[in-house]
Design a protein around this ligand. Structure first.
Ligand code: AMP
Length: 394
């Protein structure tokens, strides 16, 4: 079996991981500032990290430079060593609901759903086309952040708006971060030694979503039709009353796209703290800066509210609560506060375990007395995609 390249393309970046046939990461990196001045090609290979500043005028040029960089550094000897390319896609829309082969038809479906992920999908489509041109012999698959949530019941995915409009426009909760929430379900099965687990997964990174997992399937999740919904995030507001949008438009003389940009890019932790979206900055500032502490309190409260809803949503005994992603894995204060604010069940945190940063893929952070065990599991989206891709054509 040949190497598998996992690609996560954004609006101006391509994050890549190259896996061996044994699914070990051989090299990884990111191309940033595509179509902007001074592009950056970062490489992490053989224990060495480097950054090269170069012009990246298009996705095709970027992919050409990536392939040349892999050859120059001896990462591949010829193109055909890359047998498979697996693309992470934020939203496959109504037609692409499970892992799919890249074909003319699936690309067309993706193009039709650009409206549903306007920030992410255009870059993904350009990256797919560029890799198809440069690696014509490689097999290619698409892996969707929405796929794990295709099991949501109608009661969870329906918005209570005019039903004929809902049906006509296919409006529904799609849910995101599904690649990691699914990985969390599978990893929890492994840790707990049982098939079919009931877990609330808290994926809290710059983007954040909670997922109610019942019998290892997604039954509800906090992001919605787009990744703007749900809990408060780094720069996204999460849930707000939609009437705020025309009110701001009117009183601040802003267009709808200005307000949407504000809700997506200048809200959440950045908007409330008024200085940073990064929890590391907020954590350092909170004792002297009351607004930073307030932003953090609001952030934690919104997570707790969803956590309680999902603890109640899952039918049957809950096997675990799991924190994952940048903040979930690294921020002991957020974890501790979230756990302490849950009053309906008795959760008790093991403070030493919560503070311990030296763990491999997971750790238990609750004590034996806790009614539900609480874990931290490191997100593994790329590995999950590589595994899925390796099984797809067999
Ligand atoms: P992600 O989107 O999963 O990569 O998460 C990125 C976010 O994780 C950053 O914006 C930080 O807010 C947060 N983060 C990363 N490392 C730490 C840390 N050591 N302590 C607190 N927050 C962190």
């Amino acid at each position: 079996m040949a190497k598998i390249l996992v690609i996560n393309a954004g609006s101006s970046s391509i994050k890549w991981n190259l896996f061996s046939d044994k699914l070990e990461v051989e090299a990884k990196g990111v191309a940033q500032r595509i179509k902007m001045a001074e592009g950056i090609l970062s490489l992490d290979y053989n224990g060495k990290k480097s950054d090269t500043i170069t012009e990246l005028p298009s996705f095709l040029e970027t992919v050409k430079k990536l392939v040349a960089m892999w050859e120059e550094n001896g990462i591949i000897k010829d193109f055909d060593e890359i047998g498979q390319v697996a693309f992470r896609i934020v939203n496959g829309g109504p037609h692409l609901q499970k892992t799919s082969e890249v074909t003319e038809e699936s690309i067309k479906h993706l193009e039709e759903s650009i409206d549903l992920a306007p920030v992410h999908n255009p870059g993904a489509i350009e990256a797919i086309k560029a890799f198809r041109t440069l690696l014509p012999n490689a097999k290619m698959t698409m892996h969707f952040d929405t796929a794990f949530h295709r099991t949501l019941p109608k009661l969870a995915y329906t918005y209570p708006i005019n039903y004929s409009v809902t049906e006509e426009l296919n409006i529904r909760k799609y849910g995101f971060h599904g690649l990691n929430h699914h990985y969390i379900a599978l990893k929890s099965e492994e840790i707990l030694g049982k098939k079919g687990v009931n877990v609330v997964s808290l994926h809290i990174g710059n983007g954040a979503s909670l997922c109610a997992i019942e019998n290892s399937q997604s039954v509800d999740t906090s992001m919605g039709f787009t990744p703007l919904a749900g809990v408060m995030m780094g720069t996204r507001s999460g849930d707000v009353d939609p009437s705020i949008i025309p009110y701001i438009m009117k009183h601040k003389n802003m267009s709808i796209s200005d307000v949407m940009k504000m809700l997506n890019e200048q809200s959440g932790m950045l908007g409330v703290s008024q200085f940073s979206s990064d929890l590391r900055d907020i954590g350092k500032a909170r004792l002297e800066n009351p607004q930073a502490q307030f932003a953090l309190d609001l952030y934690i409260q919104r997570i707790v509210d969803y956590l309680i809803t999902y603890l109640n949503r899952i039918q049957g005994k809950i096997d675990a609560i799991v924190f994952t992603a940048g903040i979930g894995e690294n921020d002991e204060y957020v974890r501790e506060q979230v756990i302490k604010k849950v009053r309906l069940v008795n959760l008790t945190i093991d403070e030493a375990a919560n503070k311990n940063r030296d763990f491999k893929d997971y750790k238990l952070i609750s004590t034996k007395e806790s009614e539900i065990p609480v874990y931290v599991i490191r997100a593994e989206e790329e590995m999950y995609i590589a595994k899925e891709a390796s099984k797809f054509f067999n």
